[in-house]
Design a protein. Structure first.
Ligand SMILES: Nc1ncnc2c1ncn2[C@@H]1O[C@H](COP(=O)(O)OP(=O)(O)OP(=O)(O)O)[C@@H](O)[C@H]1O
Ligand SMILES: [Mg+2]
Length: 373
């Protein structure tokens, strides 16, 4: 047996043991409430990610999809999570929903504290049964392609009715329908009665996304997760849906976690921005910190690569190079090989997150005794 095959066998064996261990933890029947009941570090937050580590234990190696991420989602605010494809944005949100694709995908460390309005739980340790009660109830999710999350055989109205009935068992049929129609009106549907009786496939993409948003809001969630909510739509409809989300944000005082690779979208919507690269947070701050004073060369590159209306460019700028292989990350800064301002210390350990102001953090050697500006 070659050395390589032997190594792969060992990795596969080790990883299948890991998976078994975490699955067993999850399947425990009796979990004492003291394991998952907790306190927020700051009661103004609805979510606190605290050193979240989510890995995929595959046969060829371990993917550190989310590798020690910490950030907060304050109540009533929108937090944008940005970064190139594959940097761990979706896995972060799926961890929060406890929907990471198992059994290979597992939350292996850290806490996800969530204030559901009555108590604070650590979602990372919450028994799945209780998690199911939070999903679609206290935490709603808007997906990229609403067709996949709606049931094609029921009318839009019936699907929204069901959500409302589930959360308001005391309401009679008529009141439920009135509420559903109100929800459709709230998301800017001009002919709510007609849409109420339509099936998902009868609607256009934009209309479907509106109906989907109505459905997710009808349970009055504490938090809405929107993962690339407009990517599948054409540009005009995208703008309309963003307007809608912005408008709703003021109306309903819910927090939004907005995931996108489009910094333009985040600029319009977010109060805070988290920039991810290869499973780690490389910069975070208020939207103003990030747009007016970006520090990490990666953030600066992302901002430069976003298309700006009215600005003529021959070719859209994109950051050269690729994200390193997630199974085999270097021991130094993951962005080093693509960076246009590498300094001597960049070959050393992965940089810590350095605090630049009350709100602004960056993980880059340039600001840690490396070359100064
Ligand atoms: N089921 C899986 N098995 C193994 N690796 C996975 C799995 N799902 C995701 N990954 C890996 O986890 C990392 C993070 O993926 P994630 O889907 O969070 O990226 P993303 O930032 O949402 O990207 P995109 O912008 O393309 O949606 C990637 O390296 C990806 O290959
Ligand atoms: Mg994604």
């Amino acid at each position: 047996m070659s050395q390589k095959t032997k190594e792969l066998r060992e990795i596969a064996k080790y990883n299948s043991q890991q998976v078994k261990y975490y699955e067993k933890q999850k399947k425990r029947q009796k979990v004492d409430a003291s394991e998952y009941l907790t306190q927020m570090r700051n009661p103004d937050n609805v979510v606190e990610f605290d050193n979240l580590n989510t890995y995929f234990f595959t046969d060829i190696g371990t993917v550190h999809a989310v590798d020690g991420c910490s950030f907060d989602i304050p109540k009533g605010k929108t937090v944008g999570v940005v970064g190139e494809s594959g940097c761990g944005k979706s896995v972060t949100s799926l961890s929060l929903m406890r929907l990471v694709s198992g059994p290979t995908g597992q939350i292996v460390d850290g806490a996800i504290r969530f204030d559901d309005g009555e108590r604070v739980v650590d979602i990372a340790k919450l028994p799945i049964k209780q998690m199911q009660q939070l999903r679609g109830n206290k935490i709603a999710m808007i997906f990229q392609e609403p067709m996949t999350s709606m049931n094609p055989v029921f009318t839009i109205g019936r699907q929204i009715d069901e959500v409302i009935k589930l959360h308001n068992p005391e309401m009679d049929k008529k009141a439920v329908k009135t509420r559903s129609i109100e929800m459709l009106e709230m998301v800017g549907i001009a002919r709510p009665e007609g849409i109420y009786d339509s099936y998902p496939h009868q609607l256009s993409g934009g209309m479907r996304q509106r109906a989907m948003i109505a459905m997710s809001l009808s349970c009055d969630p504490q938090l809405i997760i929107a993962d690339e909510p407009t990517t599948a739509l054409d540009v005009t409809i995208q703008a309309q849906i963003l307007d809608l989300l912005r408008d709703l944000k003021d109306k309903i005082n819910t927090s939004i976690m907005l995931i996108t690779h489009d910094l333009g979208v985040v600029a319009e919507m977010a109060d805070y921005v988290v920039v991810m690269y290869a499973g780690r947070i490389i910069e975070k701050g208020t939207a103003i910190d990030i747009y007016e004073n970006p520090k990490h060369p990666y953030t600066i590159g992302l901002i430069a690569s976003r298309p700006v209306l009215g600005k003529e460019v021959d070719r859209l700028y994109s950051i050269p190079g690729n994200v390193p292989n997630p199974i085999d990350m270097p021991d130094c800064c993951y962005f080093r090989d693509r960076c246009d301002r590498p300094c001597e210390t960049c070959g050393g350990e992965y940089p810590d997150l350095i605090q630049l102001s009350d709100t602004h953090f960056v993980a880059c050697h340039l600001y840690n005794g490396g070359e100064q500006e």
